[in-house]
Design a protein around this ligand. Sequence first.
Ligand SMILES: Nc1ncnc2c1ncn2[C@@H]1O[C@H](COP(=O)(O)OP(=O)(O)OP(=O)(O)O)[C@@H](O)[C@H]1O
Ligand SMILES: O=C(O)C[C@@H](O)[C@H](O)C(=O)CO
Length: 331
Amino acid sequence: MSLLSFEPNRTVDFIGLGRLCIDLNANEIHRPMEETRTFTKYVGGSPANITIAMARLGMKTGFIGRVSDDQHGRFITGYLEKEGIDTSSVITDRSGSVTGLAFTEILSPTECSILMYRDNVADFKLEPGDVSEDYIKSAKSILISGTALAKSPSREAAFKAIELARKHNVVVFFDIDYRPYSWTTREEAGVYCGLVAEKSDVILGGREEFDLMEAVHGPLQHNDQATAQKWFSHHAQIVLVKHGGDGSVAFTKDGRVLTGRTFPANVVKTFGAGDSFAGAFIYGIMHGWEVDRSQEFGSASASIVVSSHSCSDAMPTVEQIQAIIDANPAK
Ligand SMILES: Nc1ncnc2c1ncn2[C@@H]1O[C@H](COP(=O)(O)OP(=O)(O)OP(=O)(O)O)[C@@H](O)[C@H]1O
Ligand SMILES: O=C(O)C[C@@H](O)[C@H](O)C(=O)CO
């Protein structure tokens, strides 16, 4: 019995909301960024990556966000359109804002860091007026990423989108996506992410991201099962806790606990695992797959993206993911 019901007669399967940025991934890997001379430019931003993942998997997708009024903003919008993502709610911000830049440093396959330039970014200029009720009610699902809650008016736009989603039976996926550089304090992040988690149908996050919310919306459990029960007392039907190379654990409101395995990877960089996992996991859930099959699909996708230099460009197709699964049958 499916835990979630997606409205059948909707023109859009999935809408992402939040940051549209640019990743500048160091080409000279295995050295500090001080020694890096060249970077490769990709579209980035966690919700953008996840939406691109969904589009690459053949889903009808759209995005609600703002881009800067410059070459970077046009690059991002053009890329989304080439991927078949509807950009009718991607707005060019004309306040002089800039595009968020993520400079990534790849010291080793397991030591990666991101240097974020996010002053005056366009994505935080998203306004409640940019969120169209007609657009929201045209969708089966919407993704809210936690960082969209870090600054106003983006915060209010995200809350408006959630209220409209609830009103029109649009399934709300919440990726906690805690990025310290965008928040004033951890407590602030905990407050707002917790308020969104209370309204969400599916919550994805790492252990420390759930701890962040529980520090405010207490009690602190450091226990995945207890964490899931907490959010089931609100709206959640699925709580998924990501554990990096150790896989993931999914909890369903009807009492199931499902462990997601990982797949072998020639790891180039660790980041991008969460976004690729989320895109393929959500794909599975939206196709009515069992949660554990969706976890497996997400993990296989992540193994491809962590083995790649990029995040968005590397998001795989259904066939590519299935090939990983077929080559690594469960024991
Ligand atoms: N080194 C790895 N090799 C193979 N699969 C991995 C690896 N790291 C993560 N994964 C897969 O990706 C999923 C999500 O990874 P993780 O828990 O690191 O998410 P995250 O912290 O959100 O990632 P990100 O670094 O993109 O923010 C894991 O549950 C696992 O299935
Ligand atoms: O989400 C960000 O702002 C950074 C991403 O663009 C980057 O690709 C990443 O860290 C993915 O996990």
